[in-house]
Design a protein around this ligand. Structure first.
Ligand SMILES: O=C(O)CCC(=O)C(=O)O
Ligand SMILES: [Fe+2]
Length: 327
């Protein structure tokens, strides 16, 4: 994740009344699979517009059943309720570990969250490292991971089509791409506690798909430069674009700065599924989107370059990855 504390509204700034801000587009993904080309291209345009104007949207009719989503949240919640020793065995400061648990702000952006991060694709390479307690964890999280990756690939093809690159663009690299699950647990807000759970940042990958147990995500509304609460629609998933989408699109689509605030009603679980190329594969500006008027704006980089950047800037508040790529 890139820490973007320099470029976002001040943390004290309260979230704005939604009526003054642009509404979050809700896109019916079922329409993408229709044979009717007019409906399909209408959806591609909706996605392209949302990516360009806002960088985020929600999807319904995505094909993941409510029970698969509920089970993933249950597995996460059961994990965080385990005794500390069971969770601490995954604690590490080494960002390259396949599974990592932490509770503190050593990463400089976790203000009040516990998290478990692990890779999820391909499952045969990673599942063996996942927690085996609670006993349902691997099965429930594994099912969700596979399904949400299918949605991500589908969406990625639509975005590539919207950029004029064609849906098969670099298809093999996307098919072989990585998936990182960031499984988060935030306490209920108490009156005297800080209300920020996760400080402003952007995600490194192309796309993040977020499943949450209740409201708490906020994004920067570009038109007003205010924080905007993301509404929790039943059965919808929130999607936002990350740093590597900005690089690939040569700046046509901008990464989304977001944060999580504590929910005053209940503790909150969120599961962010972050999709990128394979760990060592470099992402560069698409040459089709580069010309004399639009020279490349970013250096190429891989997920491992991102981890090296974070490791080298562990104590640095301004460790913005995307900024380090700008030419
Ligand atoms: O908990 C949330 O709503 C956001 C989580 C997030 O941004 C992340 O894990 O990268
Ligand atoms: Fe994030």
């Amino acid at each position: 994740m890139s820490d973007l504390s320099r470029t976002v509204p001040q943390e004290q700034l309260v979230s704005q009344d939604l009526l003054h801000l642009s509404p979050t587009p809700v896109i019916n993904l079922g329409h993408l699979s229709l044979d009717d080309s007019v409906t399909r291209s209408g959806v591609i345009n909706q996605i392209a517009r949302a990516c360009h104007d806002l960088g985020y949207f929600q999807v319904t009719n995505h094909g993941i059943s409510q029970s698969v989503m509920d089970c993933a949240v249950e597995a996460a919640s059961d994990f965080f309720q385990l005794p500390s020793e069971a969770k601490e065995q995954f604690a590490s400061q080494d960002l390259r570990k396949p599974v990592r648990y932490d509770t503190s702000s050593k990463d400089s952006i976790s203000m009040s969250r516990a998290f478990l991060k692990h890779y999820a694709h391909p499952p045969r390479d990673w599942i063996q490292y996942w927690p085996d307690k609670p006993p349902i964890y691997r099965e429930y999280m594994g099912k969700y991971a596979v399904e949400v990756r299918r949605v991500a690939l589908h969406l990625m093809q639509a975005i590539l089509e919207g950029l004029g690159l064609g849906k098969e663009y670099m298809n093999e690299k996307f098919q072989q791409g990585s998936q990182l699950l960031s499984v988060n647990c935030y306490p209920k807000a108490s009156q005297d506690a800080m209300t920020i759970g996760l400080a402003p940042h952007s995600d490194y990958g192309f796309l993040t798909i977020l499943l949450t147990s209740c409201q708490g995500l906020e994004v920067v509304d570009r038109s007003s430069n205010n924080w905007k609460t993301v509404q929790q629609l039943p059965h919808a998933l929130h999607v936002h674009v990350g740093d590597h989408m900005e690089v690939l699109s040569n700046g046509q689509i901008k990464t989304v700065v977001h944060r999580a605030v504590l929910n005053p009603e209940e503790a909150r679980i969120s599961i962010a599924s972050i999709h990128g190329f394979e760990l060592h594969e470099k992402v560069a500006c698409a040459k089709e989107l580069v010309d004399e008027q639009n020279p490349p704006k970013y250096k190429e980089s891989s997920f491992t370059d991102f981890l090296d950047h974070l490791t080298a800037n562990m104590d640095n508040k301004n460790r913005n990855f995307l900024e380090s790529l700008r030419m």
